[in-house]
Design a protein around this ligand. Structure first.
Ligand SMILES: Nc1ncnc2c1ncn2[C@@H]1O[C@H](COP(=O)(O)OP(=O)(O)OP(=O)(O)O)[C@@H](O)[C@H]1O
Length: 227
């Protein structure tokens, strides 16, 4: 795997008031690289993902996306970088409740100034890729947990991001549906050259990665190359 890292964390620390979640975590992902973050509940996995996404600002350390330090960018540029370069699949609450799925998935493109028809074509493509093209006109409250997760993945991939961050991407799916969704994610990384960082409790998901980073008490306990 060649190229400069598209995602870089250096000495990232984060505390929630008195609760220290990350104690200095460093990692680098190159284009097309797939990294699984594992570890016991509460070890800091989601916090790491949220820092990488720019949702949380680290207390110390640096997060770079495509070589740009998120902390030094003006808010508007940081938001634009996150919108265009980073696709995020969180566990809950990502979709806009009253918007049909087609618009939910097209939203990152619409916010970025793309024309509506063009955004809808891309959204339909990704709804099809994740297997819910028939639900394009449904609103999120009409969906199952698994369908919601698929829609969130379609929305994360619609901009063709350089970095995809996924928190338990197959969490509420049975093993077959989970495998299908994992395949979509892996293809986005391997064929489109996106770096994929995914938090998972699932050994099958972890073993599909190129590397596994195991966290313990907010630190990298060990790192295993699986390639
Ligand atoms: N909003 C919050 N306020 C206070 N403490 C928090 C908050 N979110 C997480 N924590 C604490 O930070 C630590 C790391 O939490 P985090 O959610 O990152 O772990 P995790 O490895 O993702 O856990 P899980 O596998 O259960 O999702 C834990 O001790 C947790 O209790």
């Amino acid at each position: 795997m060649s190229g400069q890292p598209v995602l870089e964390l250096e000495g990232v620390e984060y505390s929630y008031r008195r609760n220290t979640a990350l104690r200095g975590v460093s990692l680098k992902l190159k284009p097309g690289e797939v990294v699984a973050v594992t570890g016991a509940s509460g070890c800091g996995k989601s916090t790491l993902l949220h820092c990488a996404a720019g949702i949380l600002t680290p207390d110390a350390g640096v997060v770079r996306v495509d070589g740009q330090d998120l902390a030094t960018l003006p808010e508007e540029q940081r938001a634009a970088l996150r919108r265009t370069k980073v696709g995020i699949v969180l566990q809950f609450g990502q979709l806009v409740p009253d918007l049909p799925l087609i618009d939910n998935v097209a939203l990152p493109l619409l916010l970025d100034g793309h024309e509506r028809g063009e955004a809808h074509v891309a959204a339909r493509h990704w709804l099809d890729q994740v297997g819910i093209a028939d639900d394009a006109d449904a609103v999120p409250s009409e969906l199952s947990g698994g369908q919601t997760q698929r829609a969130a993945l379609a929305r994360a991939l619609v901009t063709g991001p350089s970095v995809v961050l996924a928190d338990e991407p197959t969490g509420s799916l049975d093993s077959r549906a989970g495998q299908e969704l994992l395949d979509v994610l892996l293809q986005a990384a391997r064929y489109r050259g996106a770096a994929l960082l995914m938090v998972t409790h699932d050994n099958v998901v972890a073993s599909s990665a190129d590397r596994e980073i195991r966290l313990r008490d907010g630190l990298i306990q060990h790192e295993v190359s699986l390639g």
